[in-house]
Design a protein around this ligand. Structure first.
Ligand code: ADP
Ligand code: MG
Length: 252
């Protein structure tokens, strides 16, 4: 199992969108995928049509059984066929209390260990506010994806996130898989200039842009991935490109 965490210490940059799209895309290709919602807002849970529930809290703090916290997402919801290969550990407001309730920084890693053989990918959607839970998630992570808007405060969130990654570097090798410019409006000078400086600074780490398209928001409204909402849209094309790139991370 490869664990990919989606992170940026800024809200509204597309973390949840990326996490659920990649998770659903991989699952619809038959990969066995575990999606972990680690944001108290529970949007990753809601985005695929499930209710919020304290799955992650129960697993980490109440030491609940896996079977009580892991839910299958019906394959019809994400464009899969046959038996579901997409599973969720959900979240609700209680996720906020996890950081105050755990003392073992390796807890997330330990809890994922028995699942290693059951899943091909684990996608983790995170909250914007840094906490001890983020540290514990880092220690369980193989690759990080950083979505960012091509705007000042998102770059600031990205910079902060990269600094915090460095803090755990001595104990755990976490690779930066890529930085994803989200909601880019290429017809604005602000976005094109900022994108240029992002590429200057990070080079090949910058993945292809995901342009601003209303179908992404519509997909949120209908609680399905964008390629289910609008399969023939160019947004779906961008989504599949993203899924391709994450899928090959498994090849090392
Ligand atoms: N490429 C895009 N074009 C238009 N809207 C987008 C795009 N990507 C994401 N969105 C919308 O932006 C909003 C914030 O995205 P979200 O994934 O919830 O961010 P975060 O999890 O970082 O807070 C959502 O309503 C989502 O539908
Ligand atoms: Mg989110």
């Amino acid at each position: 199992m490869i664990t990919v965490t989606v992170l940026n210490e800024k809200g509204g940059v597309g973390k949840t969108t990326i996490a659920i799209t990649v998770a659903a895309g991989l699952a619809s290709r038959g990969k066995r995928v575990l999606l972990i919602d680690a944001d108290a807002q529970g949007h990753a849970s809601r985005a695929l049509g499930l209710a919020k529930y304290p799955g992650l809290y129960d697993l980490l703090v109440r030491n609940a059984d896996y079977s009580d916290v892991i839910q299958a997402i019906p394959s019809g919801k994400y464009g899969g066929i046959g038996e579901s290969t997409l599973y969720l550990i959900g979240s609700n407001v209680e996720t906020r209390h996890i950081a105050n309730s755990i003392s073992d920084a390796w807890l997330v890693d330990e809890k994922l260990e028995p699942l290693e053989a059951l899943f091909d990918f684990c996608l983790i959607d995170t909250a914007p506010t840094p906490s001890l839970l983020h540290g514990a998630i880092y220690l369980a992570t193989d690759f990080v994806l950083y979505p960012t808007l091509c705007e000042f405060w998102s770059f600031d969130g990205l910079a902060e996130s990269l600094v915090h990654r460095r803090a755990v570097e001595s104990v755990k090798q976490v690779k930066v898989a890529g930085i994803i410019p989200m909601r880019v409006r290429s017809n604005t000078l602000e976005h094109t200039e900022n994108l240029r400086s992002l590429k200057e600074r990070f080079g090949n780490l910058v993945w292809p842009i995901i342009p601003e398209r209303i179908v992404w928001a519509e997909a949120s409204t209908y609680q399905v991935p964008v390629f289910v909402q609008a399969p023939n849209s160019d947004a779906s094309g961008h989504a599949w490109e993203l899924v391709d790139r994450v899928e090959v991370l498994a090849n090392g």
